[in-house]
Design a protein around this ligand. Structure first.
Ligand code: HEC
Ligand code: HEC
Ligand code: HEC
Ligand code: HEC
Ligand code: HEC
Length: 178
């Protein structure tokens, strides 16, 4: 094989383009693999919002903080066990749940929606104003795995604030950046 130094300029260019192309392909493939292994495989337990909604369990039964303050809150293992001491106890996923309970370990759920720390957000003021969970989270009751449906960037927040009567107050930078 010839050494790189003995290649003509044209050959070096072709080689360069080929290497770049292979790199780009690798990045694209990696992106696809990462996208497919998101949320579903990441959650420690196969908890389905759809199943629980179909059984008539309300959002606020589990997310008890949502109407009271900034944070909606994720239910504790104890809350799950309130039902799963009796319900579906022979399911392998419920046995996993019982393992957390016996070890008194919290379930390490992966966060789905995260705002940067310089953004102030408060659930309760939105719930009090009658904004539904779905406007920001999509149809969670139909999801087996919660995925972010809308990109909650600044434009998204401002678009809805623009439709409110007190638009000017709600567009003030210090409302969300305190
Ligand atoms: C039986 C309890 C339970 C009920 C009922 C429930 N949830 Fe959840 N919710 C959870 C648990 C546990 C998680 C964390 C695991 C996950 O993300 O799936 C969660 C996560 C979420 C998340 C993602 C949180 C994040 O990390 O950003 C959203 C959004 C959400 N729930 C909305 C809803 C809505 C809307 C409803 C009603 C339609 C609802 N939930 C009903 C237990 C519940
Ligand atoms: C108010 C009662 C209630 C609470 C609280 C509750 N569940 Fe459930 N869960 C149910 C019912 C009802 C089903 C459906 C059972 C069936 O169809 O056999 C279910 C099904 C499940 C299943 C599927 C079981 C299977 O068939 O393999 C899992 C996993 C599960 N729940 C996890 C959780 C977790 C984790 C929590 C806490 C975040 C939780 N549940 C809280 C009532 C509850
Ligand atoms: C106006 C938009 C909006 C509405 C309406 C909304 N959420 Fe959220 N939700 C968010 C944002 C933004 C975050 C991320 C907050 C953060 O990272 O600090 C979030 C995070 C969450 C989380 C995970 C973090 C936490 O606070 O515990 C849960 C669970 C959740 N929402 C449930 C709900 C439920 C249930 C409802 C309806 C009762 C609801 N949300 C309504 C925007 C909204
Ligand atoms: C679908 C409509 C809608 C969306 C989307 C929305 N908001 Fe709001 N927001 C409202 C309404 C309605 C109010 C209450 C107005 C009032 O009570 O005067 C409000 C009030 C607020 C307030 C002032 C009240 C308080 O809690 O201090 C803040 C801060 C806020 N929103 C932040 C956000 C952020 C951050 C986002 C994006 C992640 C967002 N909002 C997305 C409708 C929305
Ligand atoms: C209704 C809530 C809200 C208001 C009002 C608001 N912002 Fe933001 N801002 C956000 C959110 C949410 C983000 C972070 C999410 C994103 O955009 O990616 C953000 C991000 C930013 C960033 C970082 C952008 C970046 O790309 O890193 C800057 C800078 C900023 N805002 C400036 C402002 C200024 C200046 C104002 C007043 C003219 C303002 N914001 C008003 C919600 C708001």
């Amino acid at each position: 094989m010839r050494r790189l130094g003995s290649l003509s300029l044209r050959q070096r260019l072709i080689l360069g383009v080929a290497v770049l192309g292979a790199g780009a392909l690798l990045v694209a493939l990696l992106a696809i693999v990462i996208a497919q292994t998101s949320a579903a495989d990441e959650q420690p337990l196969a908890f389905s919002h759809k199943t629980h909604a179909q059984n008539g369990i309300q959002c606020q039964f589990c997310h008890t903080g949502v109407a009271k303050g900034p944070v909606a809150g994720i239910p504790s293992v104890e809350k799950c066990m309130g039902c799963h001491t009796y319900i579906a106890t022979d399911s392998p996923e419920i046995q996993k749940l019982q393992g957390y309970w016996e070890r008194q370990e919290p379930i390490p759920w992966k966060r789905v929606n995260v705002q940067p720390s310089y953004v102030y957000f408060n659930h309760s003021s939105h719930i009090a104003a009658g904004v539904s969970c779905g406007s920001c989270h999509g149809a969670v009751a139909e999801m087996d795995v919660v995925e972010p449906v809308v990109n909650m960037n600044m434009g998204f927040c401002l678009d809805c604030h623009a439709e409110q009567e007190n638009k000017d107050a709600l567009w003030d930078c210090t409302v969300c950046h305190r």
